[in-house]
Ligand binder design. Sequence first.
Ligand SMILES: *Cc1c(COP(=O)(O)O)cnc(C)c1O
Length: 383
Amino acid sequence: MTTPPEDAMPRLNPETIAARASHHVDPTTGAIGAPIQPSTTFERDADGGYSRGHVYARIGNPNREQLEGVLASLEGGDACAAFSSGSAATAAVFQSLSAGDHVVVPADCYHGTANLLRDVFARWGLDATFVDATEPEQVRAAIKSNTRLVWVETPSNPMLKITDIAATAAIAHEAGALCVCDNTWATPILQRPLDLGADLVVHSTTKYLGGHSDVLGGAVVAGEGSKAFQRIREIQGEYGAVPSAFDCWLVLRGIRTLHLRMRAHCDNAGKIARYLSGHPNVEAVHYPGLPAHPGHAIATEQMNGYGGMLSFQVSGGPEQAMQTAARLKLFTRATSLGGTESLIEHRASIEGPGTTTPDNLLRMSVGIENAEDLLEDLSQALG
Ligand SMILES: *Cc1c(COP(=O)(O)O)cnc(C)c1O
């Protein structure tokens, strides 16, 4: 007898969905690992139809559909479109709007998102206002008659600011606009924006979902009956910024341990944040898990853990920050985040001219190594 299908079961908890991502018993061989299906095209029926559900790989592929199903379930959503990067997913959301529309975006959003709006979409007539989204009233004040979308990113990059998702979604909806939340840093294990009123969730699966710094990907997830999502699905197939079958398989493989990795990232980041807050050579620590963080109360309410990202400002200036990063042995100096290994980065220099990031700030993606080893390395580097 084969195992009964899982879709016959009541709604599962995220840990169960993650651990069984891509688990699939092949009816002919009994294999329990999902096969990778690289075919670009699929056989038509004699009457010209496609009763097996697949036409052409830009439109759909079995591995991509598996990934989309898992991401939708993890977010408590109904549908998901997977992309070849987080930036392609973000772009698809903006592409679903029209020339003459207006969007409200946090000033502290991922710099690639701001760059897309300034360098690409401004030329296509999409108007953007950047605000301090930690103050819902500032979001409200930025709303115009043509505002169609309010972007939320919490915790934010690189200042770890916290936005109240429910309050911001309510402001967007009063204006007849969509609320879209970039949930890359929190992941659905720590935060579920659709449950808090967001209409769409965006991910860079390159980060925690993939989890091993070896695959690029993105996704847009929507709640039940989302009209906005229909357009995203069309854009996915028409523009074709889609992930390969192998990339989808890798992200699914990463997701299997997501819940365990997130717990370890949170534990280690909390310990490091507390250590750095007491260090004489550290001027400021930005981590929502610290009671002194201005967003601590909201983070406690809307998250199940404070995440694996933190940033801190080294006393002195940019040189002291650079030297501290250079003395670290276990933290690799590299951009990106969400892998099992700890990374550190001087943010202002990658963001380039015009950045508002303090020049003595280092951003850390805290990995899942032993916390004592990480603390010892920080201690020798900070002096
Ligand atoms: C990395 C990142 C993105 C962009 O994702 P890519 O996969 O690099 O294109 C978007 N938002 C956030 C918050 C990110 O960290």
